[in-house]
Ligand binder design. Structure first.
Ligand code: KIV
Ligand code: NA
Length: 264
């Protein structure tokens, strides 16, 4: 089993074979998900919340994401590693986007990059694609535009569905190899998936996408607190860590640890 390439994802779509994507921000999660057969690992700008302790994805910087991207790309044997371009690092111009993307590939070892936006991002997508940077687009609810969009809300309801379809076609025509659709009604996402030849990757976009993505700390229960409706919890990693940490602390306190077997 060799590396997953962007063309493999398109071939999977042609065969009607779904694939999965998860976030990863460091070595052990990346190795584990790679071994589990997750085809695509995203070093998301959601590291802003999940690594750096911010409340939104807006504050995270290129310089903060690059070391995480390098850690993940060094740790996988098979998965396609996507570097997520953070807010402010690509919107100003195609040239700005290209310079940022090159850093993610050269310094971060990313195999491709993701950026948020539809029609308005086609100049960026065209220049990156021409310059050897495969681009994954991201439409629907785009968290970097939270304040412009007026909060976390489903995009493409009712008569705004055609905007999502137009954006999807525009980014495909510009050369994107895949598109994430976030918080889009299931029927709209299904229609986009049917009309596009590139794979669609849903998060809160229903069952008819070609692939799915989740933030692993949400899906596997490292993060506690309120979850979006689209998150399914597959594990309770936080409970495992909490129990282990409490047991360790108790054993140190009462002198059970270290035992003779841990002592030189
Ligand atoms: O940063 C991120 O985690 C993402 C996914 C939710 C698609 O962009
Ligand atoms: Na992101």
């Amino acid at each position: 089993r060799g590396r997953i390439r962007t063309h493999h994802l398109r071939e999977m779509k042609e065969r009607g074979e779904r694939f999965s994507m998860l976030t990863a921000y460091e070595q052990y999660a990346a190795q584990t998900f790679d071994e589990a057969g997750i085809e695509v690992l995203l070093v998301g700008d959601s590291a802003s919340n999940n690594v750096y302790g911010n409340e939104t994805s807006l504050p995270v910087t290129v310089d903060e994401l690059l070391p995480l991207t390098r850690a993940v790309s060094r740790s996988v044997k098979r998965a396609l590693v996507v570097g997520d371009l953070p807010f402010g690092s690509y919107q100003r111009s195609p040239e700005q986007a290209y310079d940022t993307a090159v850093r993610f590939m050269k310094e971060g070892g990313a195999h491709c990059v993701k950026l948020e936006g539809g029609r308005e991002m086609t100049p960026q997508i065209e220049l990156l694609t021409r310059g050897g940077v495969p681009v994954m687009a991201h439409i629907g609810f785009t968290p970097q535009s939270e304040h412009a969009l007026g909060g976390y809300r489903v995009q493409g309801r009712g008569d705004t569905a055609s905007r999502i379809l137009d954006d999807a076609h525009a980014i495909q025509d510009a050369g994107a190899f895949a598109v994430v659709m976030e918080m889009v009604p299931g029927d709209v996402a299904g229609q986009v998936t049917k009309e596009l030849t590139i794979p669609t990757i849903g998060i809160g976009a229903g069952p008819d996408c070609d692939a799915q993505v989740l933030v692993w700390q949400d899906a596997f229960g490292l993060r506690s607190g309120k979850m979006a409706k689209f998150v399914k919890q597959y594990a309770d990693v936080r409970a495992v860590l909490l129990d282990a940490a409490r047991t360790y602390a108790a054993e140190v306190k009462d002198g059970t640890f270290p035992g003779p077997e841990h002592t030189f």
